[in-house]
Design a protein around this ligand. Structure first.
Ligand code: TYM
Length: 345
């Protein structure tokens, strides 16, 4: 084994192809080489208001997505965050290690709080400290995520370094992000400059993991494009792998759809450019629909089947929580000793 992996997904809206290509599919592949712990982060979800019944349903939906995508609940641990107390307890300690200046730099807080900063929950502000606690409660060494989580992982490294320094111990590992594939940042289908997001009010901005073939086809047909045919290999940057920044900026929708295609088809972007250079969007969209339906169709169907069997899903989470607790509990006790909490039981 190359190390221990931890990653999480919020049960705060429908899961989309960005979550799948940016994280879940990578999480599946990593099971071969790492000890893996995958968490449905319900404590993070309530940093913005959630309806209790929906939160429960979405917790099962994320679990179903993990299972349907190929995460094996026997070898990997799948659980929901609220059921393992170490997360919240370690987060409090990290709130006292992290500096306000670090939190003030977090772009995700600024984006999520928007103009109504004074009205955002205190939980949303300290969200990154809870995320650091998630990872460090298991002393995880690697974290597969999409590009948007990079800053939170830098924060996690800072917290671990400061904790180690403050308490004179080489205790927490310095975590490595694992960000890979052709779609580490999938953009909205309606606006190629905006990230595809669970919270976007327009369902047409994203392809959800549970969308059936007709809906996938319809969303791709309606996806925003530009009037030019698709760019070809001449649009590659000097590295021969990524799109030149001029083209990526000038044609964000073309870049986004080509990246989704390359990622789904497991091909490098350069090959997608070679195949589709000069092709009209209408023809390309037909092929994109085909690969999307081929890949997502069986996963969506399996998710529906699992969601109709909540007893099984809850059993997976129960077993996962017990196994997670057995790892995090002893680590938390060591942290408490280092911090100086008097142990009386
Ligand atoms: P969340 O629930 O927003 O997203 C789950 C995962 O999906 C990735 N992702 C994307 N990747 C590519 N393109 C997109 N448009 C896109 N949107 C989302 C995210 O990067 C993420 O990997 N803070 C985390 C949850 C979390 C966590 C953790 C992650 C809590 N604790 C500990 C790792 C380790 C989040 O909000 O993910």
């Amino acid at each position: 084994m190359k190390g221990r992996i931890f990653s999480g997904v919020q049960p705060s809206g429908s899961l989309h192809i960005g979550n799948y290509l940016g994280m879940i599919r990578n999480a599946v592949a990593l099971q071969a080489d790492y000890e893996c712990i995958y968490c449905v982060v319900d404590l993070h979800a309530i940093t913005v208001r959630q309806e209790p019944e929906e939160l429960r349903a979405q917790t099962r939906e994320v679990t179903a997505a993990f299972l349907a995508s190929g995460i094996d609940p026997k070898t990997s641990i799948i659980f929901n965050q609220s059921q393992v107390a170490a997360h919240a307890e370690l987060a409090w300690i990290f709130n006292c290690v992290a500096r306000l200046g670090w939190l003030n730099r977090m772009t995700q807080f600024k984006e999520k709080a928007g103009k109504h900063r004074e009205n955002a929950s205190a939980g949303l502000y300290v969200y990154p400290a809870l995320m650091a606690a998630d990872i460090m409660a298991y002393k995880a060494t690697h974290v597969p995520v999409g590009e948007d989580q990079k800053q939170h992982l830098e924060f996690t490294r800072d917290v671990a370094l400061k904790f180690n320094h403050d308490f004179g111990a080489d205790f927490f590992p310095i975590v490595e992000p694992l960000i890979f594939g052709a779609a580490t940042r999938v953009m909205s289908l309606r606006d190629g400059t905006k990230k595809m997001s669970k919270s976007d009010p327009s369902g047409y901005s994203r392809i959800d993991m549970t969308d059936g073939p007709d809906l996938i086809a319809q969303k791709i047909r309606k996806a925003k494009t530009d009037p030019e045919p698709l760019p070809g290999p001449e649009a590659l940057a000097a590295d021969g792998l990524s799109l030149s920044s001029e083209v990526a900026v000038a044609r964000p929708e073309a870049f986004n759809l080509l990246s989704i295609y390359a990622s789904l088809a497991r091909k490098p972007l350069s090959e997608a450019l070679r195949v589709f250079g000069g092709v009209q969007f209408s023809d390309f969209k037909r092929q994109l629909t085909e690969v999307a339906v081929e890949h997502l169709g069986p996963i969506g169907t399996e998710m529906q089947r699992l969601m109709a069997d909540p007893g099984y899903v809850d059993g997976v989470l129960r077993d996962g929580a017990e196994r997670a607790d057995a790892i995090a509990g002893p680590i938390l006790r060591e942290v408490q000793d280092l911090v100086g909490f008097l142990r009386v039981k």
